[in-house]
Write a protein that binds this ligand. Structure first.
Ligand code: SF4
Length: 320
């Protein structure tokens, strides 16, 4: 199998095999640029050159789970915990959302820190500004999903992180991949568009796992795709592990554009200084962070990055 054959298939929108995906994940240099060009071309055909911006509100870092890659794991006993109240969250939306940048996302650890009534009140407030609201608060029950949808949330983000069931069980001890996929299916039946994705560079992950992640992204018919670089985060079980490879992650982003029809593909904050390269590889949205500085430093799932604030100049620059 040659990479050229895989490029031809991608250019003709034909299905590529797992082995071809593995080769493409490894590609560098001129070949990598060719991959990016194909992905960028598809993005521009679908949605032009516009970069969408998601105002992500990191509402609370309280979590009942102990995921090994995550800095806000319940196991991180030294991390100060916070919960923004509903009025604070509404104020963040009032002050940071300009009505035309794209999406609002409510994110927090998986916990009962917020009642479903509070979540729905936030959704209804955000809905005054934005029709494209994403919820990323982990697993809830079916009745609660229905209430969130009825209140106006359009998208639900549940990253599968890895499509390898054994690895999933290790990195997310409280869950199983099959359960994650069951929740995704329930959310879809209710009417949500689904956001999901993977982490590139997890300990013991191999390229065939990432190729399988891409095939799962395709199967799930996603609205939002998020591939992030594994970043060892202080206080997590994986704090001493090696950071994931950024070029492999960029290739994964480009391939997610080419193998799925997802309208939105994230240029992840975990790419750090290289996040703009993701736009040339087919990504078309970024996150700005809504949580105030005083608490954002405790929302340590991003590998210690600095907070990217909403800034009209940043938005204009991205779309220049
Ligand atoms: S990944 Fe999500 S569920 Fe797991 S510990 Fe972190 S916040 Fe909690």
């Amino acid at each position: 199998m040659s990479v050229e054959t895989a490029f031809t298939k991608l250019g003709e929108n034909k299905r590529v095999t797992r082995n071809e995906l593995i080769q493409l994940l490894k590609t560098r240099g001129a070949s990598q640029q060719k991959l990016f060009t194909l992905a960028r071309h598809k993005k521009e055909l679908l949605s032009g050159k516009k970069i969408f911006v998601r105002l992500c509100i990191e509402a609370s870092n309280i979590c009942k789970n102990t995921c090994l890659f995550c800095g806000i794991t319940r196991g991180n006993k030294s991390l100060p915990r916070y919960k923004l109240n509903v009025e604070e969250i509404k104020k963040i939306i009032d002050e940071n959302y300009d009505g035309k940048t794209g999406l609002i996302q409510l994110s927090c650890g998986e916990s009962s820190a917020y009642t479903i009534g509070e979540i729905c009140a936030i959704i209804m407030h955000a809905k005054k500004y934005c029709g494209n609201i994403t919820i990323g608060i982990g697993h809830r029950n079916e009745e609660e999903y229905k209430q969130m949808f009825k209140s106006g949330a359009a998208n639900y983000l549940l990253k599968f992180e890895t499509s390898n069931p054994k690895q999933f069980r290790i990195i997310r001890p409280e869950a199983k991949l099959s359960q994650r996929l069951f929740h995704i299916q329930k959310l879809r039946e209710i009417g949500f568009r689904i956001g999901s994705g993977n982490i590139v560079g997890l300990p013991n992950q191999v390229l065939s796992d990432i190729a399988n992640d891409l095939l799962l992204m395709k199967k799930l018919d996603l609205y939002q795709v998020e591939s992030s670089v594994f970043c060892p985060t202080k206080g997590s079980a994986y704090e001493n592990e090696k950071t994931g490879d950024i070029d492999t992650t960029l290739n994964c982003i480009a391939l997610s554009r080419l193998v799925t029809d997802a309208p939105l593909i994230l240029a992840s904050s975990s790419l750090k200084g290289r996040f703009k390269e993701a736009f040339s590889a087919g990504a078309n949205y970024i996150s700005v962070h809504g949580a105030p500085d005083r608490v954002f430093k405790y929302y340590s799932i991003y590998g210690g990055e600095t907070r990217r604030k909403f800034d009209a100049k940043l938005i204009a620059g991205l779309n220049a």
